[in-house]
Design a protein around this ligand. Structure first.
Ligand code: ZN
Length: 153
């Protein structure tokens, strides 16, 4: 089996689901609020329960308040009660191959599965490339580091 097939199979995601996730991310991108950068991004997350939740980048005249599409999707899913994600799809129509920024990678890490790989699907226009999340943020700091902290004395 190809590396792509192995990654998707291990994550329990088949090709039709890959297509559905990216379709949701691409559709969301049309609603991005990006009047300053003109760089729309759509994202869609697949929750452990199989729901698909989308988000878009939302900019602000005060630039530092801008939030990426990935985080909007993840925070929306979290607000709906979801605590574990299986996949994140990202579509930046003006720049094929765009991957999540560092901040979003850290937020994705917070909601990755307790075991097994989370798949990040990147829109390359004519194809969808899956990446293992552990390749995008190796040796990540996360909730498990806090859990294993030595007890206070
Ligand atoms: Zn980001």
């Amino acid at each position: 089996m190809s590396e792509r097939g192995t990654l998707l199979t291990d994550a329990g995601i088949d090709e039709p689901l890959v297509a559905r996730l990216m379709a949701a991310a691409r559709a969301a991108a049309a609603h991005a609020y990006a009047p300053y950068s003109h760089f729309p991004v759509g994202a869609a997350v697949l929750t452990a329960s199989g729901d698909i939740v989308s988000g878009v980048n939302i900019e602000n005249a005060s630039s530092g308040l801008t939030v990426c599409g990935e985080r909007v999707a993840i925070f929306t899913a979290a607000a709906m009660g979801h605590r574990e994600l299986r996949a994140v799809a990202v579509s930046a129509p003006r720049a094929a191959g765009t991957t999540p920024c560092g901040a979003c990678r850290q937020v994705i890490n917070e909601f990755k599965p307790g075991s097994g790989e989370l798949v990040v699907l990147i829109d390359h226009g004519d194809r969808i490339l899956p990446h293992a999340f552990s390749d995008l943020l190796p040796h990540a700091f996360g909730p498990r580091d806090l859990e294993r902290a030595a007890p206070l004395t």
